[in-house]
Write a protein that binds this ligand. Structure first.
Ligand SMILES: CC(C)(COP(=O)(O)OP(=O)(O)OC[C@H]1O[C@@H](n2cnc3c(N)ncnc32)[C@H](O)[C@@H]1OP(=O)(O)O)[C@@H](O)C(=O)NCCC(=O)NCCS
Length: 157
């Protein structure tokens, strides 16, 4: 959502619970290392009507700083993408606030392509950042042939 840290702190636990428990096919996935949540990725429908049910939006992609560069995000993002495509999505879209080379590189290695940009998509603490839109169609991705994760971790919904 691009909230500042201070804005995140104003959100209630009930608000987080509602966000995490939206009905299927909306889903949030976590990658756990020895029981600890290390990485997350989520997919949601963008509307209630059938006219938008061919696409989902990816959000909540995050890896705990101490677990980065171990393949956890790739693993949990691929799991979320498979879930979206298995549940009828033809396309998964997302937005990256830039600069964010790690995220752009992650998504590009999975087959996402740029499909637009929103100038000044978010303003945090007085600085504004553009948002790059990226999209992956079910038949475009290389998600099933991408590299294996370098650590073993469990992915749970
Ligand atoms: C982006 C982010 C989720 C990547 O998580 P991660 O678990 O470290 O990523 P992985 O180890 O699975 O890396 C997968 C691929 O992403 C790319 N990548 C990840 N981190 C990178 C970095 N610092 N620099 C360049 N490429 C990077 C690489 O292509 C990498 O494959 P490789 O390791 O085989 O080269 C993580 O840096 C993060 O949480 N950033 C802050 C939150 C954020 O920006 N989320 C995305 C919002 S759109």
């Amino acid at each position: 959502m691009g909230l500042s840290f201070e804005e995140e702190l104003t959100r209630t636990l009930d608000g987080f619970k509602a966000q995490l428990s939206a009905p299927l096919p909306n889903a949030v996935f976590g990658s756990f290392v020895e029981g600890e949540l290390a990485a997350t990725a989520a997919v949601s429908r963008v509307g209630q009507f059938a006219s938008s049910h061919h696409k989902m939006v990816m959000w909540g992609v995050f890896t705990s700083p101490r677990y980065r560069r171990r393949g956890l995000s790739r693993m949990v993002v691929v799991t979320a993408l498979r879930h979206a495509f298995d549940n009828g999505a033809r396309r998964v879209n997302l937005q990256v606030y830039v600069p964010n080379e790690p995220a752009l590189a992650l998504y590009r290695t999975l087959g996402f392509v740029d499909c637009g940009a929103e100038p000044e998509a978010v303003c945090l603490n007085g600085s504004c950042y553009d948002g790059i839109y990226m999209t992956l169609a079910n038949d475009e991705g290389c998600i099933f042939s991408s590299g294996s994760p370098s650590v073993s971790a469990e992915v749970r919904r």
